[in-house]
Design a protein around this ligand. Structure first.
Ligand code: NDP
Length: 342
């Protein structure tokens, strides 16, 4: 059995879907109430591969909300993730993906040091961040969407916002090794980490966001921001492809411009309907088939009986591992989401 540990994008979102999640009593409660809510299994999932194989899974709602980080409720945030992991393990789940901020919290606050949760010893090999599959899907979205918009990768400048992160660095490694993109712009706040990445890649220009945006033909957004940024579409190139892989979204602006194309990043579409209700709650356009690539990673590991933390730690994702998870993804009928809005 596979598992997905998820969370909602804001307190407002959580309050609006509390009923559907099975928490009617939380609908008008504030952040403190959510801070004390225990994890809960809120969905039972059946996925069928195009090979015919069928697997079962569970969705664990951690009750973490990004506002907990924004308001420095760090203890509550870390407790949410560890308790959700313990809950998944207690329910016999073999491999569970740590969705959205769950893996970021795990890494940032060094939670691997805390193995004992009450009477349960966490077995970390039962968990994966899902970031290898997410990075692979984002790269395939770049490769497949650019030509549709008349953007030639060999002439294109690609900006990666969140370049030094686990997903961002993997995207940079792939674009560097597997494509002939003309220029890579590396965006994040910590300059030392940016310089380390630049040395590793042997290329890439370090820039701030304001400087980079007007130069980019493609922007891959994978920064861990609790709230999205406002951008002025008139400062962007035309055409420009914006692939937003953040959860919550990195783009606060609903860009509406004929030559600016926005793609939901790190999202896959399955070839067959998945039996679940949760993707409706996180507002997927086709909730029966579309899902976060990190969640799909735990499904893929379950299909292949690869009970190992395939994606773990920070900045360790190799191009070879991205190719490996990519092959399994195609084999079982997942493909990168390709519907733009503009
Ligand atoms: P990491 O924490 O490993 O990396 C985050 C990156 O963002 C770092 O480079 C960080 O560098 C940068 N960053 C953070 N804040 C800012 C800012 N204000 N301006 C510019 N750069 C910033 O995160 P992950 O790589 O694990 O995740 C990245 C995003 O992808 C998150 O939003 C996450 O929720 C989402 N995600 C999506 C998935 C999917 O399936 N679609 C799966 C998993 C994650 P610095 O701190 O130096 O600025």
């Amino acid at each position: 059995m596979f598992g997905l540990i998820g969370h909602l994008t804001s307190l407002e979102h959580a309050q609006s879907v509390a009923n559907e999640l099975g928490y009617p009593e939380y609908a008008d409660q504030g952040l403190d109430f959510w801070c004390s809510a225990p994890p809960q299994i809120v969905d039972t999932i059946t996925v069928t591969s195009i090979t015919g194989q069928k697997i079962e899974g569970r969705y664990v709602e951690s009750c973490f909300l990004p506002e907990m980080l924004a308001t420095r409720r760090i203890k509550a945030a870390t407790r949410k993730i560890l308790n959700a992991m313990a809950h998944a393990q207690k329910h016999g789940i073999n491999i569970t993906a740590l969705g959205g901020f769950s893996s970021i919290i795990f890494e940032t606050f060094n939670l691997q040091q805390i193995k004992q949760i009450r009477n349960l010893k966490l077995e970390f090999e039962r968990f994966t961040t899902g970031n290898t599959h997410t990075a692979y899907i984002l790269c395939r979205q770049v490769e497949q969407a650019a030509p549709k918009l008349g953007i030639e990768l060999s002439k294109a400048t690609v900006a990666v916002c969140g370049a030094t992160g686990d997903i961002g660095s993997a995207v940079c490694r792939w674009l560097n090794a597997k494509t002939n993109v003309a220029e890579l712009l590396l965006i994040a706040r910590d300059k030392e980490r940016l310089q380390d990445l630049q040395s590793e890649l042997g290329r890439g220009k370090i820039m701030n966001l304001e400087e980079a945006l007007p130069q980019a033909d493609i922007v891959v957004w994978v920064a861990s921001m609790p709230k999205g940024v406002e951008i002025d579409p008139s400062t962007l190139k035309q055409p420009c492809l914006l692939i937003d892989g953040g959860y919550p979204k990195n783009l606060a602006t609903q860009v509406q411009h004929p030559e600016i194309y926005v793609l939901n990043g790190g999202i896959v579409e399955h070839s067959l309907d998945i039996e679940w209700k949760i993707m409706k709650i996180v507002n997927m356009d086709v909730p029966g088939r579309q899902l976060f690539a990190c969640f799909a990673e735990s499904m893929l590991l379950e299909f292949e009986k690869l009970y190992t933390n395939f994606s773990w730690g920070r900045n360790q994702i190799t191009v070879e591992k991205m190719e490996q998870i990519g092959e399994i993804s195609v084999k079982h009928g997942f493909r990168p989401l390709m519907s733009f809005w503009c």
